[in-house]
Design a protein around this ligand. Structure first.
Ligand code: ATP
Length: 284
């Protein structure tokens, strides 16, 4: 016996409702995993096409549904090829989490746990940056205001500790096993360290090395603000949307972090990387 609900002229069974809820939860998890990366745009593109296909099918528009159906057939293979790294990552996360025994995963899946971005004290970040810059210790910190950046965090070592000056200095200490790569900060916590960021594919002026290229690449791929301290010069820079703000004072840094984290649009304060072409070259 199946339980049927009537909504207007629509009859829907309990199994259908559970089915829809499970698919929605799954889609939400995929969205969260990809959020902030370039792959999210491709994912949303495919999802929109699939929804159109379902609508066209339901309306019995045969010609369009045959064309879209063919595309969907090939699309599945295309999705597997395009998202191969993400699929691998997703399966790794699923495998690593003891899925049914972990109460948090179930809560997240069923949307019980509410996530809120809270304003947090940025002073430890500024103080740590002063110390790192003063000792010419290279560092790379990704600040995110709306996503945990799970995809990138998973490429490094998960930490999930409240931000403090000492913690950041310890991470980037040259002798620390965590110093290589980037730290990710979200919601007042250092989520991970030693993370691998995407390097920009654009031409970057010669005075910027790999650390800056990774910062620019990350800011192109996500809606983050990336803080760089140069090991060579101790200079502090920020990357956002593929652009740079170079050699900032600590007061400017404080203002930028504050603005970014409180949702102020700071994009027009940044310079395109081409503007740095021809300025001081890196000395080797
Ligand atoms: N893709 C990446 N993701 C995260 N961190 C990276 C990446 N590429 C390089 N780094 C970090 O940058 C460091 C290398 O920096 P490199 O000296 O080449 O850059 P730079 O921009 O010239 O910076 P600096 O002015 O500090 O020398 C690496 O040791 C590593 O910690």
């Amino acid at each position: 016996m199946t339980l049927l609900f009537k909504i207007g002229f629509l009859e829907i069974s309990l199994v259908n409702i559970i089915d829809i809820l499970l698919v929605s939860a799954l889609m939400y998890q995929v969205y969260k995993l990809l959020k902030g990366s370039v792959a999210i745009k491709i994912f949303l593109g495919f999802l929109s096409l699939y929804l159109i296909y379902l609508m066209v099918n339901a309306l019995r528009m045969e010609l369009l549904s045959v064309i879209l159906g063919q595309f969907m057939g090939v699309g599945v293979i295309a999705v597997i090829i395009i998202f191969a790294p993400e699929i691998r990552k997703f399966l790794m996360i699923v495998g690593r989490t003891s899925f049914l025994s972990n109460e948090n995963v179930l809560k997240e899946l069923l949307f019980w746990r509410k996530r809120e971005t809270q304003a947090f004290n940025i002073s430890p970040i500024i103080d740590a940056t002063k110390a790192l810059s003063g000792s010419n210790t290279g560092s790379l910190i990704v600040l995110s205001r709306n996503s945990e950046l799970k995809f990138y965090a998973e490429s490094g070592d998960l930490i999930d500790a409240v931000v403090s000056k000492r913690l950041l200095i310890s991470i980037f200490n040259k002798y620390s096993p965590l110093h290589d790569g980037a730290a990710i900060i979200y919601n007042g916590k250092v989520k991970a360290a030693r993370c691998i960021l995407p390097v920009t594919e654009r031409d970057v002026p010669a005075q910027f090395g790999l650390r800056h290229r990774a910062a620019i690449g990350m800011s192109e791929a996500t809606e983050t603000l990336v803080l760089i301290v140069s090991e060579e010069t101790g200079q502090v820079s920020l990357a956002k949307n593929g652009k740079l703000l170079h050699n900032l004072s600590f007061q400017e840094l404080r203002e930028m972090l504050n603005d970014y984290l409180t949702g102020v649009d700071v994009d027009d304060k940044f310079e395109p990387i081409a503007a740095f072409e021809g300025k001081k070259q890196k000395t080797t």
